[in-house]
Design a protein around this ligand. Structure first.
Ligand code: GLP
Length: 241
C-alpha cells in the first residue's frame, strides 16, 4: 500500500492526474474505472486542463463507473451520468459511447447488473480504478455489514449515506434509497487502484481502512488485500496515518 499525504491540494491533484495520464501515454486504449463524489473532482479538473493543452488524449480510452442511483432519470442533475458528463466527459476527447455507467432505470435491474459485470469481463480488466471513500468506509456503494457482495448488484443505501449525499438534493427524501454498484470483487479485479480522500471528516475512516483489521464492517479495508493500491490524502485526511 502506497499512501501519500499532500500539504497542498494542487500537488495531490497533479499527482493523481499524472498517474492517469502516464497510463494513457503508455496504453492509449486503457480501461479506466471512474468514481463520482467530490474527492476526484480536482483530479478531473487537472485532466481537463491537460487535454485542453494537448498533453494527453482519451480518444481511445474507455471507462466504467462504479455506481449509479436507482430511479433517477439519467438527465437528472444528480444522476452519476450527469455528474460525469459535467465534471469530465463533456470537456475531454473521450468517446461517450465508450463511457459505461450502470443504468439505474433499467426495467430489470438484476439483468442490468449481470450485463454490466459481463461487459466489464469482456472489455476489462480495468487498468486503473479511481475510488473515493464514504464516511462509513463504503467504496462505490458497497455498504458496511456482516457480508459483502462480490459482483455488480443492487444495494439499499444506508441512512448515513443518504444523509451524506442529501447536500446535493433539495431534501433527504429526494435522495434515492437504492443504487447499482460494482461489487467489492469487481473493484478488486482492477490492476491498480487509486483512492483519494480529503478533509478531517475522512481521517478516522482512513485510519480504520488502512491501519485497522480487514473487515466487511469497513469495506475499504478489503483494499489491503490488493497488490497495487495508491492512496492520495490531504494532510487533514491523513492525520492518523
Ligand atoms: C458516494 C459515492 C462514492 C464516493 C463517496 C464519497 O456515496 N457512491 O463512490 O466515493 O460517496 O464521496 P465524497 O468524495 O463526496 O466524499
Amino acid at each position: 500500500m502506497n499512501i501519500r499525504i499532500f500539504e497542498h491540494e494542487e500537488d495531490l491533484n497533479v499527482t493523481g492526474a499524472g498517474i492517469i495520464t502516464s497510463l494513457l501515454q503508455t496504453k492509449p486504449r486503457a480501461v479506466l474505472g471512474l468514481a463520482t463524489g467530490s474527492s476526484p473532482v480536482g483530479i478531473y479538473k487537472q485532466l481537463i486542463a491537460m487535454v485542453q493543452k494537448d498533453l494527453v488524449s482519451f480518444a481511445q480510452a474507455s471507462s466504467f463507473n462504479l455506481d449509479e442511483y436507482v430511479g433517477l432519470p439519467a438527465e437528472h442533475s444528480e444522476s452519476y451520468r450527469s455528474f460525469m458528463n459535467e465534471q469530465l466527459f463533456h470537456h475531454i476527447d473521450i468517446d461517450l459511447d465508450k463511457t459505461y455507467i450502470p443504468d439505474g432505470n433499467a426495467p430489470d435491474l438484476a439483468q442490468e447488473c449481470e450485463a454490466y459485470e459481463q461487459r466489464l469481463e469482456d472489455r476489462g480488466p480495468v487498468d486503473l480504478q479511481i475510488l473515493g471513500i464514504g464516511h462509513n468506509g463504503h467504496i462505490g456503494f458497497n455498504e458496511p455489514g456482516t457480508e459483502l457482495t462480490g459482483r455488480t448488484h443492487v444495494v439499499a443505501l444506508k441512512e448515513e449515506t443518504r444523509k451524506a449525499n442529501a447536500r446535493f438534493f433539495d431534501s433527504l427524501d429526494q435522495v434515492p434509497t437504492q443504487a447499482i454498484t460494482m461489487g467489492v470483487g469487481t473493484i478488486l479485479k482492477a490492476k491498480q487502484i487509486l483512492l483519494i480522500a480529503r478533509g478531517e471528516e475522512k481521517a478516522e475512516i482512513i485510519r480504520q481502512a488502512f491501519m485497522g483489521p480487514i473487515t466487511t464492517e469497513c469495506p475499504a479495508s478489503l483494499l489491503q488485500c490488493h497488490p497495487n493500491v495508491v492512496v492520495l490524502l490531504d494532510r487533514a485526511a491523513g492525520r492518523w496515518v
